[in-house]
Design a protein around this ligand. Structure first.
Ligand code: URA
Ligand code: SF4
Length: 205
């Protein structure tokens, strides 16, 4: 087994992973995709039907809408990194279980460490909860937060906004704030998302 030193190695590990029951229902695992030096990282919930068929994130209707939103701020999907909380599709698009999210978090955490994005845009409540546990998406969407040295920008899930006019307006407005957020100074290099900093990693005062 490789050590996840690169995004390709993370993807190889994901494709071979049997660490939670979602492995049994997948056609293809969906590790995530995009440039290793991407300034923005989007984190969705988990693969849907199309994603499972193709092994790629956000290639169904929600993905089409995400591409439109990206275009409206001058980006293409090839320029951003797109990942999910769980890398294998939950049957019938049910919500991922806490145990499945926990089993899968090592992959997403490593992707974040390797990419070190200037901005992490969480799509929907599951990825928001990773960084802002106990918050509600309706309360915090559109407000950037610094969490462990990462700038987190929670927004609604594009699938939830697709067919509802009032949600569409909300997600479009939130998206429009992204370019300005990217102009802000880069956060400090991150230590470990999941562990307490070791003494030598803490600052001197
Ligand atoms: N919804 C998600 O949360 N992720 C995908 O990859 C596709 C749809
Ligand atoms: Fe492994 Fe994540 Fe797939 Fe579960 S969802 S089998 S932890 S890659």
């Amino acid at each position: 087994m490789t050590d996840m030193e690169t995004l390709d190695e993370v993807a190889s590990r994901v494709r071979a992973c049997t660490d939670c029951p979602l492995s049994r229902g997948r056609t293809n695992a969906v590790p995530g995709e995009g440039p290793a030096d991407s300034a923005i990282m989007f984190i969705g919930e988990g693969p849907g039907y199309q994603e499972d068929r193709q092994g790629r994130p956000f290639v169904g209707p929600a993905g089409k809408f995400l591409e439109e939103l990206l275009k409206s701020i001058g980006y293409s999907r090839e320029e951003v990194y797109i990942a999910n909380m769980v890398k294998c599709r939950p049957a019938n698009n049910r919500d991922p279980l806490p145990s499945e999210i926990e089993a899968c978090s090592k992959y997403l955490d490593r992707q974040i460490e390797l990419i070190r994005p200037k901005l992490v845009v969480t799509l929907g409540r599951f990825s928001m909860s990773k960084f802002l546990p106990g918050e509600s998406i309706s309360r915090v969407h559109g407000k950037p937060r610094n969490v462990n040295g990462l700038t987190i920008f929670p927004i609604m899930h594009p699938a939830a906004a697709l067919h509802r006019q009032e949600n569409r307006k909300t997600i479009e407005d939130d998206f429009n704030a992204i370019p300005a957020l990217l102009k802000q100074p880069a956060p400090e290099p991150i230590v470990e998302l999941t562990e307490t900093p070791k003494p030598e990693q803490l600052s001197m005062f």
